[in-house]
Design a protein around this ligand. Structure first.
Ligand SMILES: [Zn+2]
Length: 305
Protein backbone atom coordinates (compact mmCIF):
# COMPACT_ATOMS: atom_id res chain seq x y z
CA UNK A 1 0.00 0.00 0.00
CA UNK A 2 2.81 2.35 0.96
CA UNK A 3 4.53 1.69 -2.32
CA UNK A 4 1.33 2.34 -4.23
CA UNK A 5 1.00 5.77 -2.59
CA UNK A 6 4.58 6.60 -3.38
CA UNK A 7 4.09 5.73 -7.04
CA UNK A 8 0.94 7.83 -7.16
CA UNK A 9 2.53 10.74 -5.32
CA UNK A 10 5.78 10.70 -7.28
CA UNK A 11 4.04 10.58 -10.61
CA UNK A 12 1.77 13.41 -9.45
CA UNK A 13 4.81 15.54 -8.58
CA UNK A 14 6.56 14.78 -11.87
CA UNK A 15 3.32 15.51 -13.71
CA UNK A 16 2.88 18.78 -11.88
CA UNK A 17 6.36 20.05 -12.71
CA UNK A 18 6.05 19.10 -16.39
CA UNK A 19 2.81 21.07 -16.70
CA UNK A 20 3.51 23.81 -14.21
CA UNK A 21 2.75 27.23 -15.61
CA UNK A 22 5.13 30.17 -15.34
CA UNK A 23 3.79 32.71 -12.88
CA UNK A 24 4.17 36.04 -14.68
CA UNK A 25 3.45 39.42 -13.12
CA UNK A 26 3.42 42.58 -15.25
CA UNK A 27 3.27 46.16 -14.04
CA UNK A 28 0.67 47.21 -16.64
CA UNK A 29 -2.07 45.55 -18.77
CA UNK A 30 -0.36 46.17 -22.15
CA UNK A 31 2.60 44.06 -21.04
CA UNK A 32 0.15 41.44 -19.72
CA UNK A 33 -1.46 41.24 -23.17
CA UNK A 34 1.97 40.55 -24.71
CA UNK A 35 2.80 37.96 -22.02
CA UNK A 36 -0.48 36.11 -22.70
CA UNK A 37 0.03 36.19 -26.47
CA UNK A 38 3.53 34.70 -26.13
CA UNK A 39 3.01 32.41 -23.13
CA UNK A 40 -0.42 31.07 -24.12
CA UNK A 41 -1.51 28.14 -21.95
CA UNK A 42 1.97 27.84 -20.41
CA UNK A 43 1.73 31.00 -18.32
CA UNK A 44 -0.46 32.52 -15.63
CA UNK A 45 -0.40 36.31 -16.05
CA UNK A 46 -1.39 38.99 -13.55
CA UNK A 47 -1.10 42.75 -14.07
CA UNK A 48 -0.39 44.79 -10.94
CA UNK A 49 -2.48 47.67 -12.27
CA UNK A 50 -5.86 48.04 -13.92
CA UNK A 51 -6.23 49.52 -17.41
CA UNK A 52 -8.14 52.46 -15.92
CA UNK A 53 -5.33 53.39 -13.50
CA UNK A 54 -2.72 56.08 -14.12
CA UNK A 55 0.53 54.05 -14.37
CA UNK A 56 2.58 56.98 -13.06
CA UNK A 57 0.70 57.13 -9.78
CA UNK A 58 -0.14 53.73 -8.29
CA UNK A 59 -0.73 53.06 -4.59
CA UNK A 60 1.68 50.31 -3.45
CA UNK A 61 -0.74 47.93 -1.68
CA UNK A 62 0.30 44.82 0.33
CA UNK A 63 -1.73 42.60 -2.05
CA UNK A 64 0.69 43.57 -4.84
CA UNK A 65 3.66 42.47 -2.70
CA UNK A 66 2.11 38.99 -2.40
CA UNK A 67 1.78 38.76 -6.19
CA UNK A 68 5.42 39.75 -6.69
CA UNK A 69 6.55 37.33 -4.01
CA UNK A 70 5.03 34.37 -5.88
CA UNK A 71 6.19 35.40 -9.38
CA UNK A 72 8.65 33.53 -11.60
CA UNK A 73 8.95 36.58 -13.85
CA UNK A 74 8.19 40.30 -13.78
CA UNK A 75 7.68 42.33 -16.94
CA UNK A 76 7.95 46.07 -16.36
CA UNK A 77 8.21 49.06 -18.70
CA UNK A 78 11.53 49.90 -17.11
CA UNK A 79 11.74 53.52 -18.30
CA UNK A 80 10.76 55.06 -14.94
CA UNK A 81 7.03 54.69 -15.65
CA UNK A 82 6.78 52.57 -12.50
CA UNK A 83 9.79 54.02 -10.66
CA UNK A 84 7.84 55.61 -7.82
CA UNK A 85 5.83 52.56 -6.78
CA UNK A 86 7.51 49.38 -8.04
CA UNK A 87 10.76 49.69 -6.07
CA UNK A 88 9.14 49.65 -2.59
CA UNK A 89 6.95 46.71 -3.66
CA UNK A 90 9.97 44.72 -4.89
CA UNK A 91 11.92 45.53 -1.71
CA UNK A 92 9.04 44.16 0.36
CA UNK A 93 8.54 41.08 -1.87
CA UNK A 94 12.18 39.88 -1.48
CA UNK A 95 11.96 37.60 -4.51
CA UNK A 96 15.46 36.79 -5.86
CA UNK A 97 13.95 35.62 -9.18
CA UNK A 98 13.06 39.26 -9.88
CA UNK A 99 16.41 40.86 -9.06
CA UNK A 100 18.06 43.14 -11.64
CA UNK A 101 20.02 40.92 -14.04
CA UNK A 102 17.98 37.79 -13.27
CA UNK A 103 16.28 36.22 -16.35
CA UNK A 104 12.94 36.66 -14.58
CA UNK A 105 13.32 40.46 -14.50
CA UNK A 106 12.15 41.59 -17.93
CA UNK A 107 12.57 45.32 -18.64
CA UNK A 108 10.64 46.05 -21.83
CA UNK A 109 12.41 49.38 -22.47
CA UNK A 110 15.61 47.44 -23.19
CA UNK A 111 14.04 46.22 -26.44
CA UNK A 112 13.18 49.69 -27.79
CA UNK A 113 14.75 53.10 -28.47
CA UNK A 114 13.19 55.72 -26.19
CA UNK A 115 12.34 59.14 -27.57
CA UNK A 116 12.27 62.54 -25.82
CA UNK A 117 15.30 61.49 -23.77
CA UNK A 118 16.49 64.62 -21.92
CA UNK A 119 20.09 65.68 -22.35
CA UNK A 120 21.74 66.27 -19.00
CA UNK A 121 19.77 67.14 -15.89
CA UNK A 122 16.86 68.69 -17.74
CA UNK A 123 13.47 68.24 -16.12
CA UNK A 124 11.60 70.22 -18.77
CA UNK A 125 9.74 67.07 -19.80
CA UNK A 126 8.39 66.85 -16.25
CA UNK A 127 9.49 64.63 -13.40
CA UNK A 128 7.44 61.65 -14.56
CA UNK A 129 9.21 61.49 -17.95
CA UNK A 130 12.69 62.28 -16.68
CA UNK A 131 14.31 59.32 -18.51
CA UNK A 132 12.51 59.84 -21.83
CA UNK A 133 8.95 59.05 -22.85
CA UNK A 134 7.91 55.75 -21.22
CA UNK A 135 4.70 55.14 -23.25
CA UNK A 136 6.45 53.17 -26.00
CA UNK A 137 3.96 50.30 -26.28
CA UNK A 138 1.65 52.55 -28.32
CA UNK A 139 3.86 51.87 -31.37
CA UNK A 140 3.06 48.37 -32.72
CA UNK A 141 6.67 47.87 -33.83
CA UNK A 142 7.84 48.49 -30.28
CA UNK A 143 5.27 45.92 -29.12
CA UNK A 144 6.79 43.43 -31.55
CA UNK A 145 10.30 44.09 -30.17
CA UNK A 146 9.01 43.60 -26.62
CA UNK A 147 7.25 40.37 -27.66
CA UNK A 148 10.59 39.07 -29.00
CA UNK A 149 12.32 39.87 -25.71
CA UNK A 150 9.52 38.22 -23.70
CA UNK A 151 9.67 35.06 -25.87
CA UNK A 152 13.45 34.81 -25.38
CA UNK A 153 13.18 35.20 -21.60
CA UNK A 154 10.28 32.76 -21.28
CA UNK A 155 12.41 30.23 -23.20
CA UNK A 156 15.27 30.75 -20.72
CA UNK A 157 12.92 30.30 -17.76
CA UNK A 158 11.12 27.24 -19.20
CA UNK A 159 13.41 25.71 -21.88
CA UNK A 160 11.15 22.66 -22.31
CA UNK A 161 8.45 24.99 -23.67
CA UNK A 162 10.71 27.07 -25.92
CA UNK A 163 9.11 25.73 -29.13
CA UNK A 164 5.65 26.80 -27.97
CA UNK A 165 6.86 30.32 -27.21
CA UNK A 166 8.57 30.47 -30.60
CA UNK A 167 5.37 29.40 -32.39
CA UNK A 168 3.28 31.90 -30.42
CA UNK A 169 5.76 34.69 -31.22
CA UNK A 170 5.62 33.85 -34.93
CA UNK A 171 1.82 33.98 -34.85
CA UNK A 172 1.81 37.30 -32.95
CA UNK A 173 4.35 38.86 -35.33
CA UNK A 174 2.49 37.73 -38.46
CA UNK A 175 -0.79 39.12 -37.16
CA UNK A 176 0.90 42.35 -36.11
CA UNK A 177 2.39 42.90 -39.55
CA UNK A 178 -0.89 42.41 -41.34
CA UNK A 179 -2.76 44.56 -38.80
CA UNK A 180 -0.16 47.33 -38.99
CA UNK A 181 -0.71 47.62 -42.75
CA UNK A 182 -4.45 47.93 -42.08
CA UNK A 183 -3.95 50.60 -39.37
CA UNK A 184 -1.54 52.60 -41.52
CA UNK A 185 -4.06 52.59 -44.35
CA UNK A 186 -6.88 53.82 -42.09
CA UNK A 187 -4.82 56.72 -40.75
CA UNK A 188 -2.94 57.60 -43.96
CA UNK A 189 -5.54 60.17 -45.14
CA UNK A 190 -4.87 62.21 -41.99
CA UNK A 191 -1.07 62.43 -42.22
CA UNK A 192 0.25 65.59 -40.58
CA UNK A 193 -3.00 66.37 -38.70
CA UNK A 194 -2.60 67.83 -35.23
CA UNK A 195 -4.38 66.33 -32.22
CA UNK A 196 -4.53 67.49 -28.59
CA UNK A 197 -3.92 65.04 -25.75
CA UNK A 198 -4.34 65.50 -22.04
CA UNK A 199 -0.98 63.89 -21.19
CA UNK A 200 2.03 63.24 -23.43
CA UNK A 201 1.13 59.56 -23.86
CA UNK A 202 1.17 59.30 -27.66
CA UNK A 203 4.48 60.37 -29.28
CA UNK A 204 5.33 56.81 -30.42
CA UNK A 205 1.83 56.25 -31.82
CA UNK A 206 1.96 59.67 -33.55
CA UNK A 207 5.36 58.94 -35.10
CA UNK A 208 4.25 55.55 -36.42
CA UNK A 209 1.09 56.97 -38.03
CA UNK A 210 2.43 60.36 -39.18
CA UNK A 211 0.27 62.44 -36.84
CA UNK A 212 1.19 65.37 -34.56
CA UNK A 213 -0.02 64.70 -31.02
CA UNK A 214 2.11 67.40 -29.42
CA UNK A 215 -0.23 69.83 -27.70
CA UNK A 216 -1.18 68.88 -24.14
CA UNK A 217 -3.67 70.01 -21.50
CA UNK A 218 -1.04 69.29 -18.84
CA UNK A 219 1.65 72.00 -18.80
CA UNK A 220 4.22 69.24 -18.09
CA UNK A 221 3.76 65.45 -17.81
CA UNK A 222 2.20 64.70 -14.44
CA UNK A 223 1.40 68.37 -13.64
CA UNK A 224 -2.37 69.15 -13.64
CA UNK A 225 -3.65 71.75 -16.13
CA UNK A 226 -3.52 75.39 -14.99
CA UNK A 227 -5.93 78.12 -16.22
CA UNK A 228 -3.07 80.06 -17.86
CA UNK A 229 -1.85 77.01 -19.74
CA UNK A 230 -5.35 76.06 -20.89
CA UNK A 231 -5.94 79.58 -22.23
CA UNK A 232 -2.80 79.19 -24.33
CA UNK A 233 -3.88 75.73 -25.58
CA UNK A 234 -7.31 77.08 -26.59
CA UNK A 235 -5.69 79.96 -28.49
CA UNK A 236 -3.38 77.58 -30.37
CA UNK A 237 -6.24 75.16 -31.14
CA UNK A 238 -8.30 78.01 -32.62
CA UNK A 239 -5.37 79.42 -34.60
CA UNK A 240 -4.45 76.04 -36.08
CA UNK A 241 -7.98 74.62 -36.33
CA UNK A 242 -7.16 71.62 -34.12
CA UNK A 243 -10.44 69.78 -33.62
CA UNK A 244 -9.68 66.51 -31.82
CA UNK A 245 -8.94 66.09 -28.09
CA UNK A 246 -7.92 62.73 -26.58
CA UNK A 247 -8.90 61.90 -23.01
CA UNK A 248 -7.96 58.78 -21.00
CA UNK A 249 -9.99 57.12 -18.22
CA UNK A 250 -8.14 58.56 -15.19
CA UNK A 251 -7.75 62.09 -16.56
CA UNK A 252 -9.98 65.03 -15.66
CA UNK A 253 -12.80 64.56 -18.14
CA UNK A 254 -14.57 67.80 -17.22
CA UNK A 255 -11.50 69.84 -18.16
CA UNK A 256 -11.14 67.98 -21.46
CA UNK A 257 -14.88 68.43 -22.19
CA UNK A 258 -14.68 72.16 -21.52
CA UNK A 259 -11.70 72.64 -23.85
CA UNK A 260 -13.43 70.62 -26.58
CA UNK A 261 -16.66 72.63 -26.14
CA UNK A 262 -14.83 75.97 -26.29
CA UNK A 263 -12.97 75.07 -29.49
CA UNK A 264 -15.64 73.03 -31.28
CA UNK A 265 -13.47 69.93 -31.02
CA UNK A 266 -14.50 66.28 -30.78
CA UNK A 267 -13.56 64.47 -27.56
CA UNK A 268 -12.21 60.96 -28.19
CA UNK A 269 -12.08 58.30 -25.46
CA UNK A 270 -8.54 56.98 -25.63
CA UNK A 271 -6.69 54.61 -23.33
CA UNK A 272 -3.04 53.63 -23.11
CA UNK A 273 -3.84 50.05 -22.08
CA UNK A 274 -5.97 47.25 -23.52
CA UNK A 275 -9.31 47.22 -21.72
CA UNK A 276 -9.16 50.87 -20.62
CA UNK A 277 -12.26 51.68 -22.66
CA UNK A 278 -15.13 49.33 -23.55
CA UNK A 279 -14.32 47.47 -26.76
CA UNK A 280 -10.59 48.27 -26.53
CA UNK A 281 -9.30 44.86 -25.47
CA UNK A 282 -8.29 42.54 -24.02
CA UNK A 283 -5.68 41.74 -26.71
CA UNK A 284 -3.08 44.12 -28.10
CA UNK A 285 -4.78 43.94 -31.50
CA UNK A 286 -8.28 44.72 -30.19
CA UNK A 287 -6.86 47.67 -28.28
CA UNK A 288 -4.97 49.11 -31.25
CA UNK A 289 -7.96 48.43 -33.54
CA UNK A 290 -10.09 50.50 -31.20
CA UNK A 291 -7.60 53.42 -31.05
CA UNK A 292 -7.08 53.59 -34.80
CA UNK A 293 -10.81 53.43 -35.55
CA UNK A 294 -11.83 55.93 -32.86
CA UNK A 295 -9.20 58.41 -34.02
CA UNK A 296 -9.74 57.99 -37.75
CA UNK A 297 -13.52 58.43 -37.25
CA UNK A 298 -12.95 61.65 -35.29
CA UNK A 299 -10.44 62.99 -37.82
CA UNK A 300 -12.81 62.19 -40.71
CA UNK A 301 -15.69 63.90 -38.95
CA UNK A 302 -13.75 67.07 -38.17
CA UNK A 303 -12.20 67.22 -41.65
CA UNK A 304 -15.67 67.75 -43.10
CA UNK A 305 -16.40 70.82 -40.95
ZN1 LIG B 1 3.48 59.71 -18.94
Amino acid sequence: MKRFFCVMLCSAIVGASAHEKLNVVTTTPDLAAIARAIGGAEVEVISLTKPTEDPHFVTPKPSLVVKLNRADALIEGGAELEAGWLTPLLDAARNPKLGIGAPGRIQAARAVALIEVPTGLDRSHGDVHAMGNPHFMTDPLNARAVAELVAARFATLAPEKAETFKTNLARFTAQLESKLAEWEKLLAPFAGRRVVAYHNTWPYFARRFNLRIDLFLEPKPGIPPTPAHLTEVIARMRAEKVRVVLVEPYQNRKTAERIAAETGAVLVEFCQFPGGVKGAGPSYFEWMDYLVRALSDALAKTAEQ
